[in-house]
Design a protein around this ligand. Structure first.
Ligand code: FAD
Length: 409
């Protein structure tokens, strides 16, 4: 991790100004650049650790077209999450991604593939990005996809941009499909003594008549209503009547498994975002300095989660098998060794766990990473990057870290 101060930022006022700067840079002294929104994402993992020009897209912040009756919107990539959500709420609509910071930009959210607990029902940005405008490193502008929901011609390049971490192209405009904003929501919180008790519960939830939009397993979170207990948190959204029915259904379905406690937390459109249980849940990742994100087969979640020390905090998208594990202080050498073993066991036939550090203090060196053997997908990503950005100007070093490919390209 370099501590050299970065070159001063460039803040284009329009897409054509951005394209002209990139073209001149590519022809001229070829400075590395970091596409930047609010810069909430981790240095190294999402933003180049090398000295590079922050390419600030926040001036591109207009709503281009909002045909609310079609449930679509086209915006510039620098619009903030707060402003987008505010405009959509006026029409009782939402882009159903879970984002904590209101100043995060839509370009950063797409490029970081930001998601949260509600991905269980709603999916992620790849399910909503219908089309985009972007610029590659030599200044060439291109468009992909379209502005309508029925759009199936050609390659679906939108999927390529989601999670691309600013390494392939600079997004300047995005079109999304939208969902109605539910009037009411309710968290149903149940606490348990042992994670093994939860295995049959999760299986039962797969067959439930209710449709929770989030199914989270929490441990050591110290959240309101939950404390540090092992908790299953289910989020229901809809009308007051449908939520009442779903709560009763879930109470009935879960009663044979004997949860210790069952708490209802009701919220509605008027509940300020900062007061919602969801925002407390999203903020967890920002309070403790060390965090890793791990993917396990969902059926292994309840066996992997208890392997972590009790001092760790765990929040997991239970049916997706995605765990976020946080440490307050630096993990001990023994804990790092345990993680190495857990990662190494995934190289055998039955994949156990893949993980990466998603947060560590900026002043510290990155913790030792477990690297997956380069997959055909990561080789393909690097090959594409070489074609579109032959001089490796866009976020150099980031894709190599993400794919486990350390050789410079
Ligand atoms: C899996 C995951 C889960 C996360 N969960 C949460 C969460 O629950 N809550 C939360 O608040 N945050 C979360 N984050 C952090 C997330 O990075 C920020 O919330 C937010 O999405 C970033 O917005 P930003 O404007 O700060 O982007 P930045 O940090 O500025 O950029 C993010 C990435 O996108 C690139 N980028 C930025 N703008 C563009 C553009 N216009 N074109 C191309 N590339 C661009 C950057 O180079 C960088 O790689 C999560 C991140 C990840 C990866």
């Amino acid at each position: 991790m370099s501590h050299v101060s970065p070159p001063p930022p460039v803040r284009p006022a329009s897409a054509s100004e951005a394209a002209a700067w990139l073209a001149a840079n590519s022809e001229g002294n070829r400075q590395a650049i970091v596409p930047a929104g609010a810069e909430h994402s981790s240095l190294g993992l999402y933003r180049s650790p090398q000295p590079a020009v922050p390419f600030d897209l926040t001036a591109l912040n207009r709503v281009i077209d909002y045909p609310a009756r079609d449930l679509t919107i086209t915006v510039e990539a620098g619009i903030t999450w707060g402003e987008l959500s505010r405009q959509l709420a006026c029409e009782h609509q939402q882009l159903p991604l879970d984002v904590l910071q209101p100043d995060a930009t839509i370009g950063g959210i797409v490029a970081a593939n930001t998601s949260g607990p509600r991905r269980h029902a709603y999916g992620t940005a790849r399910d909503y990005l219908l089309g985009f405008d972007a610029i590659i490193a030599d200044g060439t502008r291109f468009k992909a996809g379209g502005r309508v929901v029925k759009n199936v011609a050609g390659y679906d390049l939108s999927k390529l941009m989601v999670g691309s971490r600013g390494t392939i192209a600079v997004l300047t405009q995005c079109t999304f499909k939208l969902k109605p904003l539910p009037p009411e929501s309710c968290w149903l919180l149940t606490t348990w003594d042992l994670s093994s008790e939860l295995e049959p519960v999760l299986q039962r939830l797969l067959l439930s008549d209710a449709r929770p939009v989030a199914i989270e397993l929490l441990q050591g979170t110290h959240l309101p209503h939950v404390g540090d207990r092992l908790t299953l948190a289910l989020l229901l959204e809809g009308s007051a009547t449908s939520i009442r029915w779903e709560v009763e259904t879930l109470r009935r379905e879960l009663s044979p498994f004997g949860p210790d406690e069952l708490v209802e937390v009701h919220e509605n459109r008027e509940t300020p975002f900062g007061d919602r249980f969801l925002s407390h849940l999203l903020a967890l990742g920002h309070e403790w300095s060390w965090e890793l994100t791990m993917a396990v087969p969902p059926s292994r979640l309840t066996t992997v989660a208890p392997l972590f020390p009790k001092t760790c905090r765990i929040s997991a998208h239970a049916l997706e098998g995605v765990l976020r594990v946080s440490w307050k202080a630096a993990p001990t050498p023994q804990e790092l060794a345990f993680l190495g073993d857990l990662g190494a066991s995934s190289t055998g036939g039955g994949m156990a766990a893949v993980w990466e550090w998603t947060r560590w203090p900026e002043a510290s060196p990155p913790p030792p990473a477990y690297r997956q053997p380069a997959s055909s997908a990561s080789r393909w990503s690097l090959e594409l990057k070489r074609k579109l950005d032959p001089h490796n100007l866009l976020n150099p070093g980031v894709l190599e870290l993400a794919t486990g490919e350390t050789a410079a390209i």
